[in-house]
Write a protein that binds this ligand. Structure first.
Ligand SMILES: Cc1cc2nc3c(=O)[nH]c(=O)nc-3n(C[C@H](O)[C@H](O)[C@H](O)COP(=O)(O)OP(=O)(O)OC[C@H]3O[C@@H](n4cnc5c(N)ncnc54)[C@H](O)[C@@H]3O)c2cc1C
Length: 320
């Protein structure tokens, strides 16, 4: 980090870690460092920081729980923001349910919110049980699966634009799609959800069922970033095949590059063993994509977001 960059933060309520290791902060557990990892201690400080990065042309990225993220081995420049101060972990839960019954800041962990809403007898988020995420990352990726996506329950979201100004948007304004949301700015600050009042025991039972299903179908205890690829749209005959089925049918379970391999439990998961590098994972993903194309004529699109030095991030749309 240059002296100029460190002056960016000198008068702000932030904690700064120069040359910070990002790998251990991701679920893959591999990858390089950030020039500066910055943890704002207030919303004001975050707003000023975002505005200054824009003014000075400094790259800004937001790190959630790192559950859908691969940081390349050479790391990233600029500023990586992590919203884990209590100011970004506030949430309000209104037990009667209805529109806007839950509001959670970006740094709240989704599993914690599911636990708290289910105990309060609020139904609607339990289909997301077992998905590791911050609220910011979950909305940005429109996280979900067989039992629905977070966007199905999203009511509104507050987003900081590049100048650090906050605006509140209705869910319909965020163009939610399959594993994507178009945030009209670089940082999601909070999101609110519409949940329904239900019997707490029933909601908690449903959480347990969804989690058990997930644990039986996915390698949850390995280092991974969940599904590597998005499921492709149906082919011209209307037939739908998931990315996992296509990878399995191409005979790629167990395929490895270095210490990264295609999971034998769920073919769309790339899992890593000690000693893996981000380059192993990228090379394996490219190999899988090419082999599936050769076998089925389908080009898979990566779901995992990849951060690399000097070239922004891949895997998410840039609407901001
Ligand atoms: C074991 C395992 C199982 C998984 N299962 C599922 C699943 O079933 N369904 C599913 O959809 N996903 C799944 N995933 C992937 C992952 O859990 C989701 O994509 C999740 O939403 C990522 O959230 P995060 O906070 O970790 O975001 P990160 O991985 O930290 O970041 C992802 C993207 O969101 C952006 N982002 C994060 N916070 C903010 C913010 N506040 N403002 C703006 N942008 C932000 C980042 O910049 C990045 O572009 C799984 C992952 C693992 C490791």
């Amino acid at each position: 980090m240059t002296a100029g960059a460190s002056r960016l933060f000198a008068d702000l309520e932030v904690d700064v870690e120069p040359d910070a290791a990002l790998g251990p902060r991701t679920w893959f557990g591999v990858g390089g460092r950030a020039d500066a990892l910055v943890r704002p201690r207030s919303i004001d400080a975050l707003q000023t920081l975002v505005g200054r990065c824009h003014r000075d042309g400094i790259e800004l990225r937001v790190l959630g729980e790192g559950a859908n993220l691969l940081v390349e081995d050479e790391g990233v420049g600029g500023v990586v923001v992590r919203l884990d101060h209590p100011a970004f972990r506030e949430r309000q839960i209104e037990g009667r349910g209805g529109a806007d019954s839950v509001r959670a800041h970006a740094g709240v962990e989704l599993p914690r919110l599911i636990l708290e809403t289910s105990r309060a007898g609020l139904a609607g988020l339990e289909g997301l049980a077992g998905i590791p995420a911050s609220i910011g990352g979950a909305v940005k990726m429109n996280a979900g699966g067989a039992f629905g996506a977070i966007g199905d329950r999203l009511h509104a979201a507050a987003v900081l634009d590049r100048r650090g100004e906050v605006s509140v948007y209705a869910a319909a304004d965020l163009k939610l799609g399959y594993r994507r949301a178009s945030l009209p700015g670089p940082v999601l600050l909070w999101a609110s959800f519409s949940l329904e009042s239900d019997d707490p025991m029933r909601v908690q039972e449903r959480v347990r069922e969804v989690f058990a299903y997930k644990r039986s179908t996915q390698p949850l205890s390995d280092h991974s970033a969940g599904c590597m690829f998005k499921n492709p749209p149906p082919d011209s005959s209307g037939e739908k095949r998931s990315a996992g089925q296509l990878i399995d049918q191409a005979g790629l379970k167990g395929l490895a590059v270095g210490a990264a391999s295609v999971s034998r439990q769920h073919a769309n998961f790339v899992t890593v063993a000690p000693g893996a590098t981000a380059a192993d994972i990228v090379a394996l993903a490219d190999l899988v994509s090419d082999r599936v194309f050769d076998h089925a004529g389908v080009r898979l699109e990566r779901e995992v977001v990849v951060w690399g030095r000097g070239r922004g991030e891949e895997g998410v749309r840039h609407d901001a």
